[in-house]
Design a protein around this ligand. Structure first.
Ligand SMILES: Cc1cc2nc3c(=O)[nH]c(=O)nc-3n(C[C@H](O)[C@H](O)[C@H](O)COP(=O)(O)O)c2cc1C
Length: 309
């Protein structure tokens, strides 16, 4: 089976998930190509693939604008093709499941048939910084669940995420973020810590940061992916109205030697507990099934051997 995964990732979480998913699919014998949406190259031929995947981080309970624009550019298909979605988000609220509604609509009209959708909780790149322990737990969990999901995808079994009531309307309202991002992006500034390394100008997925007369200029095409401020080594970029929510510096995803205090331990507490518990249950169920299959196969082999003897 040949699979194409097209993804956008602002600060690397979704990219991690995509490559782990690719690894899991390849281990099961699939051939997988990965396409970076921001490259804008559209250098693939969909006829070459049996399934298409789209992966993105949830932005204000929606897919980021760059992902919807990409979906609009995808060609209309003559015959239906299975589509799957992978998304990551900072909190495990069910509300995040509405993020794919618009994408499904755009692509459904062009004969892409959404059959499977998988969601992984990964650390926040805005609002607040998750503790290193939480980031480690999230990634450890995702790494265990992804191979199960990949196997399910290949088996042809469908998987849908539960949506909330009035999901389409809510997603429509929250899509104000697409417009708000452009408005807010113009208000980005750098402080005196800026060392003019120009890493932000090189990294920006929409080429929205330019240098004019030695000064950084933020244009009107910001998609609020946070890449510039998140990876700024000098923490010099002020993100307009959302400065208080800024998260600076990548997560290591390693198990911390000393556990720091979790200042947000009550934030969405029940949802996180439920998310980890559900994942744990899924992993156990899968392991038990594998064990059972293995035992059945062994019994079968013994019978076969006995017969031959
Ligand atoms: C502008 C913006 C909006 C976001 N909105 C949500 C949200 O609605 N729900 C959520 O759980 N996480 C939200 N997040 C957090 C990201 O979805 C999460 O950290 C994701 O894993 C980042 O993936 P990336 O590193 O691939 O960009 C938002 C992040 C940004 C930058």
């Amino acid at each position: 089976m040949k699979i194409l995964i097209c993804y956008f990732s602002g600060t690397g979480n979704t990219q991690r998930v995509v490559y782990k998913f690719k690894e899991a699919l390849c281990e099961k014998g699939a051939e997988v190509d990965v396409y970076r949406i921001e490259s804008n190259e559209m250098n693939f031929n969909l006829d070459d693939y049996d399934k298409v995947g789209i992966a993105y981080p949830v932005h204000a309970f929606n897919a980021p604008a760059i992902v919807l624009d990409f979906a609009k550019k995808l060609p209309e298909l003559k015959y239906t093709k299975p589509l799957f979605i992978l998304n990551t988000s900072g909190e495990p609220l069910k509300l995040n499941n509405i993020s794919s509604i618009k994408l499904k609509k755009i692509l459904g009209r062009k004969n892409y048939d959404l059959t499977n959708e998988y969601h992984y909780v990964m650390p926040y790149n805005i609002i607040f910084r998750h503790t290193d322990k939480m980031a480690y737990d999230m990634w450890e969990t995702a790494q265990k669940v992804i191979p199960i999901d990949a196997e399910e995808l290949l088996s042809g079994k469908t998987a849908e995420l539960d949506k909330v009531l009035f999901g389409s309307l809510l997603a429509f309202i929250f899509r104000v973020e697409h417009w708000g991002g452009r408005f807010n992006g113009k208000r980005y500034k750098v402080n005196e810590n800026c060392c003019h390394c120009n890493a932000c100008t090189r990294m920006c997925p929409t080429h929205n940061i330019t240098v004019e007369n030695g000064e950084l200029k933020f244009g009107k095409n910001c998609i609020m992916c946070m890449r510039c401020s998140f990876f700024c080594k000098e923490n010099a970029i002020k993100i307009g109205l959302f400065e208080k929510w800024k998260v600076n510096g990548p997560y290591t995803f390693e198990k911390p030697k000393v556990e720091e205090e979790n200042k947000h331990k009550n934030y969405c507490k029940k949802s996180y507990i439920k998310y980890f518990a559900n994942c744990e249950e899924k992993i156990k169920k899968y392991e038990n099934l594998k064990k059972q299959n293995f035992q059945e196969e062994s019994v079968f082999d013994e019978e076969e051997v006995a017969e031959k003897v």
